[in-house]
Write a protein that binds this ligand. Structure first.
Ligand SMILES: CC1=C(CCC(=O)O)c2cc3nc(cc4[nH]c(cc5[nH]c(cc1n2)c(C)c5CCC(=O)O)c(CCC(=O)O)c4C)C(CCC(=O)O)=C3C
Ligand SMILES: [Fe+2]
Length: 418
């Protein structure tokens, strides 16, 4: 495949010196050796329920501004950017589809668990909107659940896609006063779990086949794998630190950190599997979208729209846009890809198609349940499926994982401090 890649805790907030064992239990005064702890939990754990942790989104015009404040509180996002994003939501009546998509995913998970005879209720809570993680924990307590396993709707490593969920879970335990009562673990980042990857493989295969029927072959079609841009400082700190106090050490993943490296590795596999029936090769690249920081702050590039603009000069006539960084067709997909990137493609005379997100694809739902079951049964890491060389990713985040320098150290669940 001649592919080229141009883009190339604590129950209660605890002091940074506390260490956490594999199950998240505190080990006071643990030695540095103990702090490194096992990366995979290979003993069975009797969970009481699954916690589906979502991003959250507004469900009416009055929710839009408070939601945006929740997302960006103290994050230095310029006002003009917030107005711009508010407009995306307003265009859809102030309603993000993400909450309904998570309701649907929850129902699909419940159905799959029932079909397998697994008696684990699924609770649902969001980081940024109602129902909040706090609500889910209060519900868990009321129903007598003491041990929860989190499925976050986010597949890769980075502050926004890993650690922020873990910090918000730690905050929720503290806010609700349930720190000593409820224990929360989280499944591994699942970017390279076959259940997450399969829907993208099918989508790319179908899109390439449709282009071929329409007369566009290899050399005329480019596959663009799109994911959320993040600040380059966050990208460099994504994934495990070399040691807990060496946040800026080279982690060996290249310029975009574990975040970009994971995406590129998954894209490579998707291309390989989607084009297995073709002799010819299709070109692809990893591109970024939805950048939101001040212009002075470097974020991962190229932007999807800039990448599209350069394609006609290379003889490309059609693009396949793959929302590789996302679980469902939420606002970042509907607006930034289906609206903006489609328009950019049309302006440059390109055919364009966007492949589906995993959503409630049976392979994805079944894969999420597999991720739960590997923790319930304590499957050895060597028996866990992963389609890239990076997996299976850690169950227990390593010290310094996915830190955000702007925020400094914040307690986080499902990892080893700091
Ligand atoms: C890596 C990543 C994912 C993927 C992982 C995951 O899925 O969790 C993701 C998902 C999402 N991001 C979403 C929405 C927003 N993200 C924002 C802002 C930001 N995202 C960032 C990163 C990511 N974001 C970052 C570094 C910022 C800058 C501010 C900060 O450092 O936090 C803003 C503020 C306005 C703006 O600047 O765009 C909004 C409204 C929605 C909901 C969509 C809906 O409502 O349907 C979803 C699923
Ligand atoms: Fe975002």
């Amino acid at each position: 495949m001649a592919a080229h890649n141009l883009g190339t805790a604590g129950r209660k907030p605890a002091p940074a010196t506390d260490a956490f064992c594999a199950s998240g239990a505190r080990v006071p005064g643990a030695t540095p050796a103990a702090q490194s702890g096992p990366a995979h939990v290979e003993q069975p754990v009797a969970y009481d329920a699954i916690l589906l942790a979502g991003f959250g989104g507004p469900e009416g015009q009055d929710d839009v501004i408070p939601f945006l404040r929740n997302v960006t509180g103290g994050r230095g996002i310029p006002d003009e950017r917030l107005e711009e994003v508010a407009h995306h939501y307003r265009h859809f009546g102030g309603i993000s589809p993400i909450n309904q998509q998570n309701r649907d995913l929850r129902a699909a998970l419940e159905a799959e668990l029932a079909a397998r005879g697994v008696d684990l209720p699924v609770l649902w809570g969001n980081r940024n909107w109602d129902p909040y993680l706090n609500d889910a924990l209060v519900e868990a307590e009321g129903r007598g659940f003491r041990r929860l396993l989190t499925l976050a709707t986010s597949a890769y490593s980075s502050y926004s896609s890993c650690r922020q969920y873990r910090e918000d879970l730690a905050d929720a335990l503290q806010d609700t006063g349930l720190g000593g009562v409820i224990e929360i673990d989280k499944v591994r980042q699942f970017f390279d779990h076959p259940g997450f990857v399969q829907p993208f493989v099918e989508g790319v295969r179908d899109a390439l086949a449709a282009y071929e029927r329409a007369g566009y072959g290899p050399g005329e079609v480019e596959v663009l794998f799109a994911t959320h841009s993040i600040p380059t400082t966050d990208a460099l700190r994504s994934g495990p630190a070399v040691s807990a106090d060496e946040l800026d050490a080279d982690r060996g993943f290249g310029g975009g950190g574990a975040y970009a490296a994971q995406h590129a590795a998954v894209a490579e596999v998707v291309m390989r599997d989607a084009t297995a029936d073709w002799d010819d090769t299709y070109t692809w690249q990893l591109v970024y979208q939805s950048r939101s920081g001040p212009a002075t702050q470097p974020w991962l590039e190229p932007d999807v729209n800039d990448a599209i603009a350069l394609l006609p000069a290379r003889g490309i006539k059609a693009v396949v846009i793959v929302p590789l960084g996302f679980m469902s067709d939420h606002m970042e997909v509907l607006w930034d890809l289906d609206n903006e990137a489609m328009e950019t493609s049309a302006e440059h005379g390109l055919q364009a198609v966007r492949v589906p997100t995993p959503g409630t694809h049976p392979a994805f739902v079944s894969g999420l349940v597999d991720l739960v079951m590997e923790r319930v049964t304590g499957t050895p890491a060597s028996d866990r499926p992963a389609v890239t060389e990076y997996g299976p990713w850690y169950d227990v985040c390593r010290p310094g994982c996915c830190q955000n320098v702007r925020r400094g150290f914040q307690p986080a669940l499902s990892g080893i401090a700091p």
